[in-house]
Design a protein around this ligand. Structure first.
Ligand SMILES: [Zn+2]
Length: 407
């Protein structure tokens, strides 16, 4: 995400914030600025409330992220958006029990925070009661605090955070895939049925919730609820497609996907030769060999286009190619779903296939797409999901990595 900035980094996880987060701070300032405390104090309090709210959201995301890391799933970053946070996991673990625990950890953090806040609130309010700064018994004061939480004050703030954490925990547990509750549902279903079928069922249940939420939003629940409904509807579909794609690609190996008539380029050749080749075949990415036939790099279509613009067609292939060290390596026995995953985690549209040190060929995202179309047609019949290569991605085409999203 190019429009977010890095706030800090802990446990090797970047915490980023999207620029639109500023909007929610402004919203908080306006909401509380219009309250009884007056515009200035109210606005400052509003900003504080929103920041603390997002501290809780961040901790929730760390709940997911740290359990994921425990199961050896790499977590690239946590991004804060106005409607919540997203922990970017490189993949979802295959074992349903692990996904279950990763999903559950987020809401559990919120319940734990609430459990920590409760004695603190009783302490603070108890002190106020005994010091005589507020009138009435402990429960009376607590009830009043809950009702008047918009007013600045320590106990009001603590009560607000307690209520928010309970609500955040419960809301995320709604079985609306890809929200946490939906992931828990998918994991539970996956223990009794195939993963693809479990995902389809969870997405369907999630979409029912999305429609209900959208209706509630239109009836007066607010724009945020409608945004969340949209996110559930679209996000669920996208993830179902990814799961279906992986299930199809699992049926073939890298060795089977290698094209035996693929053309290679030599390092000293000019870019004009690559242009000729692209014009006369469907091949868009070329392995580059040295004079002894060793694999030294790949000339991908985006690289070729960029080099033609900056250096012209007389430039040499070796100066435009992606060096072999930067190309992920797989073996002929690697299944294509793992190849796809490798491309996603390394943000590369190409992998090299090697048997020990012997170079056998390259596989590109386009090749995966091609295999997918053939296999998908053979396996799934009419109900075909989107091939991985056809998903719109920023920059060079990349398959979408798995991610855990939240509100
Ligand atoms: Zn969550």
């Amino acid at each position: 995400m190019g429009t977010s900035i890095v706030l800090f980094r802990v446990f090797d996880i970047e915490v980023r914030v999207h620029w639109s987060f500023v909007l929610i701070l402004v919203y908080g300032a306006f909401m509380y600025g219009a309250g009884p405390a007056g515009p200035l104090v109210g606005a400052a309090y509003g900003v504080l409330v929103i920041i603390l709210l997002f501290v809780c959201v961040t901790l929730h995301e760390f709940g997911h992220a740290l359990v994921a890391k425990y199961y050896k799933v790499r977590v690239g970053s946590i991004t804060l958006l106005p409607i919540g946070g997203v922990a970017n996991l490189e993949r979802m673990p295959d074992k349903p029990m692990q996904e279950f625990l990763i999903a559950l950890a987020g809401p559990l953090v919120n319940f734990a925070l609430a459990a920590l806040l409760l004695p603190l609130i009783i302490l603070v309010v108890g002190m106020q009661v005994s010091a005589g700064t507020v009138q009435g018994g402990l429960w009376q004061v607590l009830r009043g605090t809950l009702a008047g939480a918009v007013q600045p004050g320590v106990s009001n703030l603590l009560v607000y955070l307690l209520a928010t954490n309970v609500l955040l925990g419960l809301f995320n547990l709604l079985p609306a895939f890809p929200m946490d509750g939906g992931r828990i549902l998918r994991a539970l279903l996956a223990m009794t049925m195939p993963y693809v079928q479990a995902t389809r069922t969870a997405v369907l249940v999630g979409r029912v919730f999305a429609v209900l939420m959208a209706i509630w939003g239109i009836m007066g629940g607010g724009i945020i609820l409608m945004l969340i409904a949209f996110f559930i509807y679209v996000g669920g579909g996208a993830e179902r497609e990814a799961v279906e794609s992986r299930a199809v690609l699992r049926h073939a190996t890298a060795g089977q996907a290698l094209s035996h008539n693929a053309i290679s380029l030599y390092a000293s050749e000019r870019l004009s030769r690559a242009v000729d080749l692209i014009m006369n075949s469907y091949q868009t990415d070329y392995a580059v060999l040295d004079l002894s036939g060793n694999f030294i790099g790949v000339l991908t279509r985006p690289r070729l286009v960029a080099a033609l613009k900056s250096q012209g067609s007389d430039a040499r292939v070796v100066d435009a190619m992606l060096r072999a060290e930067a190309v992920p390596v797989v073996t002929p026995a690697t299944t294509l779903d793992q190849v796809w995953e490798k491309m996603a985690t390394s943000a590369s549209r190409v992998v090299a296939v090697k048997q020990q040190t012997q170079f056998l060929g390259i596989i590109t995202l386009d090749d995966l797409s091609e295999v997918f179309n053939v296999l998908g047609a053979a396996l799934a019949g009419g109900d075909r999901p989107t091939p991985p290569g056809e998903k719109p991605q920023p920059g060079e085409e990349q398959p979408a990595p798995g991610h855990a999203a939240d509100v």
